[in-house]
Design a protein around this ligand. Structure first.
Ligand code: ITT
Ligand code: NA
Length: 187
């Protein structure tokens, strides 16, 4: 089975394809379609809306869209659904500044993955990884907020741990594993 992943983020694509490979599912990157993102504080709404347009135009193919957020507890879940914008504007240093002097550094990543296609309609899957914000950026692997996120059970950031460990426990790996399991038992 072949699925198109509509994303502009090659690193997300790479991580997701390694996970779906475990299920014998081939993921192809789709740079042609646009993931139209509505303004919403809900990752699920963003994903279903983005999928609707794509799938009604291409009813015989399978498509996946993913939206993520980094939710920092002491900041009431900020940046959450605004993570992409916040990453591009204030960036890692901006987040670290907001967190300086804050004792509770706990945070989590959430991924919502949506699938649409024949015999599916729209199905949503999610994954979460809990952890904390680092004191300073560390590590060179990964992307986005990886240099400042330390998953529970580790003392290193995702950017230090690398893709093999990240893909065992990340929000994305968990959401795509849920997708893979659903496909194996339903399609
Ligand atoms: P799409 O084209 O798929 O939308 P994107 O990079 O815009 O790709 P999102 O809007 O889903 O992705 O992601 C929101 C932000 O969260 C974005 O700035 C990423 O850098 C960051 N992010 C998402 N997953 C991450 C991960 O696994 N590690 C670090 N940062 C991540
Ligand atoms: Na995005």
């Amino acid at each position: 089975m072949r699925i198109f992943f509509v994303t502009g983020n090659e690193a997300k694509f790479h991580e997701a394809s390694l996970v779906l490979k475990e299920f014998g599912i081939e993921l192809m990157i789709d740079r042609g379609h646009r993931k139209v993102e509505i303004q919403s504080d809900n990752l699920e709404d963003i994903v279903s809306n983005a999928l609707q347009g794509i799938c009604s135009d291409n009813p015989s193919d399978y498509f996946v869209v993913e939206d993520d957020g980094l939710f920092i507890n002491k900041l009431n879940g900020f940046p959450g659904p605004y993570s992409s914008y916040v990453y591009k504007t204030i960036g890692l240093t901006g987040i670290l500044k907001l967190m300086s002097g804050v004792d509770d550094k706990t945070a989590y990543f959430k991924s919502v993955v949506g699938l649409c296609g024949p015999r599916v309609g729209i199905k949503l899957f999610s994954g979460v990884v809990y952890g904390r914000i680092a004191m300073e950026p560390r590590g060179t692997e990964g992307f986005g907020f990886d240099p400042i996120f330390i998953p529970d059970g580790y003392d290193k950031t995702f950017a230090e741990l690398g893709i093999d460990i990240k893909n065992k426990l990340s929000h994305r790996a968990r959401a795509f594993r849920a997708l893979g399991n659903w496909i194996l038992s339903n399609l």
